[in-house]
Write a protein that binds this ligand. Sequence first.
Ligand SMILES: *[C@@H]1O[C@H](CO)[C@@H](O)[C@H](O)[C@H]1NC(C)=O
Ligand SMILES: *[C@@H]1O[C@H](CO)[C@@H](O)[C@H](O)[C@H]1NC(C)=O
Ligand SMILES: *[C@@H]1O[C@H](CO)[C@@H](O)[C@H](O)[C@H]1NC(C)=O
Ligand SMILES: *[C@@H]1O[C@H](CO)[C@@H](O)[C@H](O)[C@H]1NC(C)=O
Ligand SMILES: *[C@@H]1O[C@H](CO)[C@@H](O)[C@H](O)[C@H]1NC(C)=O
Ligand SMILES: *[C@@H]1O[C@H](CO)[C@@H](O)[C@H](O)[C@H]1NC(C)=O
Ligand SMILES: *[C@@H]1O[C@H](CO)[C@@H](O)[C@H](O)[C@H]1NC(C)=O
Length: 301
Amino acid sequence: MFILTGKLPFAFLFSFLYLVNTITLAQPEFTSHDCFNTAGNYTRNSPYQRNLNTTLSALPNTNSGFGFFNTSTGQGSDTVHSLALCRGDANLDACRSCLNDSVVKLREICPNKKQAIGYYDLCMLIYSNQTVLRNTNIPYTVFLWNTQNASDVDRFNDALSPLLNNLIAEASGGGSLRKFASGNTSGPGVTRIYALAQCTPDLNEQQCDQCLQGAISQFTNAFSGKIGGRALVPMCNFRMRKKHQQTPEVENTETETMDIGTAESLQYGFSLVKSATNDFAEDNKLGQGGFGAVYKLFAKE
Ligand SMILES: *[C@@H]1O[C@H](CO)[C@@H](O)[C@H](O)[C@H]1NC(C)=O
Ligand SMILES: *[C@@H]1O[C@H](CO)[C@@H](O)[C@H](O)[C@H]1NC(C)=O
Ligand SMILES: *[C@@H]1O[C@H](CO)[C@@H](O)[C@H](O)[C@H]1NC(C)=O
Ligand SMILES: *[C@@H]1O[C@H](CO)[C@@H](O)[C@H](O)[C@H]1NC(C)=O
Ligand SMILES: *[C@@H]1O[C@H](CO)[C@@H](O)[C@H](O)[C@H]1NC(C)=O
Ligand SMILES: *[C@@H]1O[C@H](CO)[C@@H](O)[C@H](O)[C@H]1NC(C)=O
Ligand SMILES: *[C@@H]1O[C@H](CO)[C@@H](O)[C@H](O)[C@H]1NC(C)=O
């Protein structure tokens, strides 16, 4: 679904799903999050908490115009930095609702934590007492992958790799407002591979390239041949999935399936977080990557 832009009915469906969530339910669970338990605590009614509240209420009004948000509040050790990024193809309403949800949810699930990050399907939010802009050292890298293997791994990789290289180049070269690229290519048999890559636009071209190269090479080394997956790093992310190719006549059905697929994978995200004990258990640690500790989670793509 992440590839579909300009499909109005589905954009509506999306905004609708978010509105339903916002009005009738609490905010949905994050696809993944981290409360950085070792990064420090703030106390109730402290200047830090006040600054955090101020920052998070100001943040949604700082849209660069392309779904990128950043603001800082306070002075000295009570400064709170915050940043949010919507998926490059998310419409404005869906982006806003996603950010609204994040702003409420992240404080709720990470009470008293100075630094926290949450990823939804359509947006991510991070706040910290350290500078977040252009900070590629925040230790958070999450991989989600489809456990299913491609039937012909070599041919799958031969198709995937040039697609990802193109997307890395296009996203990195995207300029200072938007670093996002999506695309698709024909995979083995009657399949297509869809992928997207995005950096926060404050990164320069080289930083974005490094961030995506790092995330993608770690993913493809660890999960070679998996038919779908994501890498989530604070400053960049990528996703890919294989789909059966459809004939033009049933393309609309296919689009629908893809969107519903995303709703399902969001729901999958709910139970996913619950079953992943203590946010990210030590057992799930794959090691130390270029962007900090690397954890694994399972998800349907
Ligand atoms: C697949 O890629 C082609 C161009 O290569 C593009 O025109 C088309 O919109 C893409 N399809 C989707 C669903 O993104
Ligand atoms: C953030 O808070 C932690 C824990 O209180 C502290 O050790 C660290 O120095 C702070 N960082 C900055 C940049 O103020
Ligand atoms: C923060 O509080 C938690 C308990 O909520 C405690 O386990 C942890 O050690 C504290 N962290 C710091 C850096 O003080
Ligand atoms: C900050 O916001 C939280 C959640 O809305 C609220 O519980 C808390 O009292 C606020 N704290 C300050 C200092 O404004
Ligand atoms: C981040 O926000 C500050 C104001 O808080 C602004 O001056 C700066 O231009 C923003 N940076 C980017 C990369 O958007
Ligand atoms: C987001 O929250 C603001 C303030 O709470 C509200 O005015 C706005 O309508 C919300 N936007 C969406 C799309 O939910
Ligand atoms: C995928 O391939 C790996 C390694 O070849 C194998 O261990 C695993 O069981 C396979 N998974 C599935 C779902 O077939």
